[in-house]
Write a protein that binds this ligand. Structure first.
Ligand code: MAN
Length: 351
C-alpha cells in the first residue's frame, strides 16, 4: 500500500550497533520509539534502549531490575512452564515477562538527521517496583518552561504510565505512576485549554471494552480525572485491534491533530491521524480512513518485531507545512519521515 510518508534517505537514523550497552552483561537488542523535543537550539530524542544478555541456543535469558540492580533470569527452552508468546513477551509459571529491559537515553542533533550521544547526560532507568521490567516509549511535552515526560512503566504488577519532569535534562523530579495498569501511550497536550492540562491515554480492558484512546484533564499535570473514551478500534480496518496516541497533538486552525498508531490482528502497526475540536478536545471531528504510513521498507518489515512503524515523537516545522515524525521501525531501528500537514488533512474524513 502506498502511503504519504517521505522517508529520510538516511534511514535508519540509529541502529542498536550505534550505541554501547548500559551494563557489562547486556547487549542492545533494540533501539526504538523516541520522544522528541527542542532544547538549546538542537533537536533531541529520548530513545528507548531495549537490552538483554547474549542468547544461547538452549535457553532464554532476560534481565529484570531488583533493588540490588540488574538480575538475569535464564530459563531452559525445554521447560514446559515456559510459553514464548512473541519476540517481546514470554510467560513463565503463569507470570508475564518482557524479553528485553528498556531504559531511556538522550541523543541530540543539529540537523535532525545525524544524532549523537552528548556527554554529561545520565540514562533514565526504572526506579522502583513499578518499573522493574523497564521504562519505555517516552513522550515529551513542554509547558510553561517545564518538560513533562510520560512513559510506559512495566513490572509484574502491570503496565502503567509514569511521569517525570525536568527543566534542564540533568535533574529530574519523579511524580510516580499517574495512570495505573493497564495503561500506556499517554501524550500531554502542549498547551493548557481553559486553564486545564489535557492528555490522551490508552487504558485496556481484557474483557468488556478494548484498546481505545481516552482523554483526561488535570489542574496540575499530575492528578488526572474526567476520563472519556474518544476513539475506538475499527473492525476490518488497519486499526482493528489496538490504537494509541503518538506525541502531543499538533495545534492547527482547524483543531488538534493527533498522529496515532493502529495495529491489526496480524500485529501490523501503521500510523493514522484524527482531529479534535480546539476548545473541547474530547470531541473528535475527523479521522483518516486509510493509514498515513504503512510498514513497507526492509527496515520496517523485518527486525526485532517486524511489520511495525510506531511513533511517539515529532517536530512541527512551523514555517512550512510539515511535521517530521520520528519512529521506531520493526522495534529495532530509529527512523525519520516528513509529512505534509495539508496532505494529512486531505485524508481526514469528517464525522
Ligand atoms: C506496543 C508497544 C510498543 C511497540 C509496539 C510494537 O504497542 O510495546 O512499544 O513498539 O507494541 O511491538
Amino acid at each position: 500500500m502506498k502511503d504519504i510518508a517521505k522517508r529520510f534517505p538516511e534511514n535508519p537514523l540509529l541502529s542498536p550497533s550505534d550505541i554501547l550497552p548500559s551494563h557489562k552483561d547486556l547487549q542492545v537488542a533494540c533501539l526504538l520509539n523516541p520522544g522528541v523535543f527542542r532544547y538549546n537550539d538542537k533537536i533531541w530524542m529520548i530513545v528507548r534502549v531495549g537490552e538483554r544478555p547474549e542468547q544461547k541456543s538452549d535457553t532464554i535469558s532476560f534481565p529484570v531490575l531488583t533493588t540490588a540492580g540488574v538480575e538475569v533470569i535464564e530459563i531452559s527452552k525445554n521447560d514446559t512452564e515456559l510459553d514464548v508468546k512473541d519476540a517481546r513477551v514470554i510467560n513463565y509459571k503463569g507470570v508475564d515477562y518482557l524479553t528485553t529491559l528498556s531504559h531511556l537515553r538522550l541523543v541530540c542533533s543539529d540537523d535532525g538527521r545525524k544524532f549523537h550521544e552528548p556527554e554529561g547526560y545520565s540514562l533514565l532507568v526504572g526506579q522502583n517496583s513499578l518499573e522493574s521490567f523497564g521504562i519505555e516509549d517516552c513522550r515529551v511535552t513542554f509547558i510553561d518552561g517545564i518538560y513533562y515526560l510520560t512513559y510506559t512503566a512495566v513490572s509484574d504488577n502491570g503496565v502503567g504510565v509514569g511521569l517525570r519532569s525536568t527543566v534542564d535534562w540533568k535533574n529530574f523530579q519523579s511524580h510516580g505512576m499517574i495512570l495505573p495498569p493497564h495503561n500506556k501511550d499517554c501524550a500531554i497536550f502542549e498547551e493548557k485549554i481553559n486553564g486545564q492540562f489535557y492528555a490522551l491515554h490508552r487504558p485496556s480492558s481484557v474483557e468488556i471494552g478494548g484498546n481505545y484512546i481516552w482523554i483526561t484533564s488535570s489542574s496540575d499535570g499530575i492528578h488526572w480525572g474526567n476520563h472519556q473514551c474518544i476513539l475506538k478500534t475499527r473492525k476490518g480496518f488497519w486499526d482493528s485491534e489496538r490504537i494509541g496516541a503518538g506525541a502531543s497533538p499538533i495545534k492547527t486552525a482547524q483543531g488538534w491533530l493527533s498522529i496515532y498508531h493502529g495495529a491489526n490482528h496480524d500485529h501490523q502497526y501503521c500510523l493514522g491521524a484524527f482531529l479534535m475540536e480546539l476548545e473541547n478536545p474530547s470531541k473528535v471531528i475527523a479521522r483518516t480512513e486509510k493509514p498515513i504510513m504503512v510498514p513497507t521498507e526492509q527496515y520496517e518489515l523485518s527486525g526485532f518485531f517486524g511489520n511495525v512503524v510506531f511513533t511517539n515523537g515529532h517536530i512541527v516545522n512551523t514555517e512550512g507545512d510539515t511535521v517530521t515524525i520520528y519512529y521506531g521501525a520493526s522495534d529495532e531501528f530509529v527512523c525519520g519521515a516528513e509529512f505534509s500537514i495539508k496532505e494529512i488533512f486531505s485524508l481526514l474524513q469528517y464525522c
